[in-house]
Design a protein around this ligand. Structure first.
Ligand SMILES: Cc1cc2nc3c(=O)[nH]c(=O)nc-3n(C[C@H](O)[C@H](O)[C@H](O)COP(=O)(O)OP(=O)(O)OC[C@H]3O[C@@H](n4cnc5c(N)ncnc54)[C@H](O)[C@@H]3O)c2cc1C
Length: 356
């Protein structure tokens, strides 16, 4: 069963499953899949997945390459390479303990280093791509290891080539980051400002490690930290992305809620588009914290996190998702987008034909 390998604790069996701890083992596993005509699914920490109840009818490769972090100094910068199976939070802690800024706001995000470039993880005012300089990956098309530069990864909000145009083509084995040793911790985000509001002005400014602990404390309060045994943690984090829609959508929402447009929280993006907080839309549509639909529900601490209340199946979670999708669409004309990936028997990644 794949359920124990996911933070949702949901998911049926894989036809074949292996854990690979080195690049050589990865090549062997891919060859096995090719010889047997199997679809592939790459599993990291399982924290952004909703595995179906029928599992995966192919080979699931769990990446556990976990080697020591390699750091090299370069003037005012330090370049660090971490292998894909390294626990992401451990990597963040490693940097913060050395007083290095750049990923401190990403503390407490579950999963592996290799999973972070896939959806360009971000929160509390930072996105991981601001420090990534290179991604080493096995490219299934020529069947060779390659290093992609930052620009080749096509990073944007919750977006990269790994989850869009080249989905399934690359298996990430290591990520290289570049940190500016002169950078100061990022305290711009409102939650962090509130947290540090009564910081003693006579003390030195908060260090990256102070911010690391602050972010984890805030996440815990919001049920966004994995704590064994807490029902709110059996989730895949935020289930819905913040929608980016034409600004005209604001009028429809205002009319539906009988509110002035000015009272709708939104941020202008580009080309007359606005980003809306998905959590606000859910709440206005009646899906508030603690909402339950059978064995599925909404976290009691975070509106965007769908949770496995107890023994939920993927079908339970999807029923709740669809209810939310339908209500938000019919009330506000907004089609929400799901964040977690859904490997399924008819999904997965067919192996590309090798170019001879
Ligand atoms: C409580 C909680 C809080 C969260 N908070 C945040 C947050 O604040 N911000 C945020 O952005 N996300 C957040 N997430 C989502 C999730 O933690 C991240 O997306 C994480 O980076 C996923 O990494 P993973 O190793 O668990 O990947 P998995 O869930 O195992 O996989 C996710 C996708 O990445 C692919 N993948 C994983 N590893 C590799 C690899 N080595 N090579 C190629 N493809 C790979 C998989 O095939 C799949 O498509 C949260 C999740 C939870 C449960």
């Amino acid at each position: 069963m794949l359920a124990p390998f996911t933070t949702f604790r949901i998911g049926g069996p894989a036809k074949y499953f292996c854990e690979i701890a080195s690049e050589a083992e990865l090549v062997e596993a891919v060859q096995f899949a090719r010889q047997h005509g199997l679809k592939l699914f790459i599993l990291g920490g399982g924290s952004n997945l909703l595995v179906g109840d029928d599992g995966f009818d192919g080979l699931v490769i769990r990446i556990v390459i976990d080697e020591p972090i390699q750091s090299t100094a370069d003037g005012h910068f330090v370049n660090c390479t971490a292998t894909a199976g390294t626990d992401w939070n451990a990597f963040v802690l490693h940097q913060c303990e050395q007083g290095i800024s750049g990923v401190e706001c990403l503390a407490g995000i579950p999963g592996s280093v290799g999973g972070t470039p896939v959806q360009n993880v971000g929160d509390y005012g930072q996105e991981v791509d601001s420090t990534i300089t290179g991604v080493r990956a096995f490219d299934l098309e020529p069947a060779a290891f390659v290093t992609l530069s930052h620009d080749q990864c096509g990073f944007a909000y919750r977006h990269s080539i790994f989850n869009t145009s080249r989905r399934g083509r690359y298996i990430v084995t290591a990520v290289t980051f570049r940190f500016d040793l002169d950078a100061r911790p990022n305290l711009a985000y409102a939650d962090l400002q509130r947290h540090f509001a009564d910081w003693d002005a006579n003390k030195p400014a908060p260090t990256p490690l102070d911010v690391y602990h602050a972010v984890r404390a805030i996440r815990h309060r919001k049920g966004m930290l994995i704590v064994e045994g807490e029902a709110d943690c059996r989730s895949a984090g935020s289930f819905f992305k913040n929608p980016v829609v034409p600004s005209a959508a604001l009028d429809r929402i205002a009319a539906n809620l009988e509110l002035p447009v000015g009272e709708i929280p939104h941020w202008p993006t580009v080309d007359d588009m606005v980003k809306l907080p998905a959590a606000w839309l859910l709440e206005k549509a009646g899906f508030t914290k603690g909402f339950a639909l059978g064995r599925a529900g909404i976290s009691s601490r975070h509106t965007l996190a769908l949770i496995n209340r107890a023994h939920a199946t993927a079908a339970d979670i999807l029923a709740l998702r669809d209810r939310i999708f339908d209500e938000v669409l019919s009330r506000f004309g907004i089609r929400l987008e799901q964040e977690p990936v859904q490997p399924s028997s008819d999904g997965g990644y067919p192996l590309p034909v090798l170019k001879s």
